[in-house]
Design a protein around this ligand. Sequence first.
Ligand code: 15L
Length: 267
Amino acid sequence: MRVVVTGAAGSIGTVVTAGLAGLGHDVVALDRADFDAPQASRVVVADVLDAAAVHDAVDGAEAVVHLASIPSEASLPEILESHVHTTAVVLDAMVDAGAGRLVYASSNHAVGRTPRGTHVGADTPPRPDTFYGVGKVAAEALCRLYVDRHGLDIVACRIGSFRDRPESRRNLSTWLSHGDAVRMVEAGLTTPAPGFAVLYGISANTRAWWDLAPGRRLGYRPQDDAEQYADQVLAEPETDADRFEASYVGGPFAGDAWVRPAMDNSR
Ligand code: 15L
């Protein structure tokens, strides 16, 4: 399948571009950074807000994997541009080009202010922990609108902690390995007629507290488990940060350190 990957030079994008190419997909890699993607059939250096460039990249593709965005907190205007405006550009390009499938990189922070201990499934109500989380909720809603209006198929992946390996106690629950990230995206691209669907992007972690069942129903079969690193991670003394991170789904993002005025662009 010809698939456009936005944010292809980023940490997830690099892994997903190589992984999808390895699975036999024809990958068009797009990023605003000047980058190299030897496995891609085409590299496009453009901002995903550049509608003409995105239209050109999507022309002839069947699917898009939209990963490009600020990966952390920023002001609300920056967040809306990074998550909602970019997604709008991608969706409009897909409608014009007849590309029917989107895998959208959402985040656990869309429900990050949900207290731990609550079941977190695909139907958990939006409860963002940051403007970043608000951006992901809004972009998911935009995706849903395009599914209803234009008949697109979209899988929103609420990604946990994409790392080489778990780095904290929270990561023992939230880790998404490189291999599972590729498996997750591949499931989102190939599951038959999902309409609009949500899955949690984590590995098959023994200590997971997000429901993997919605992903499994979409064909996502994670193979890694953070538990293999548990002895190493737990050998470090538990800190106040660890204790706080255990309180909410979004971990540190739910903390006071992340509270800031919505319109403050200065940090
Ligand atoms: C995310 O969505 C962020 O992009 C990333 O920086 C991590 O903090 C991750 O969530 C997480 O929750 O660990």
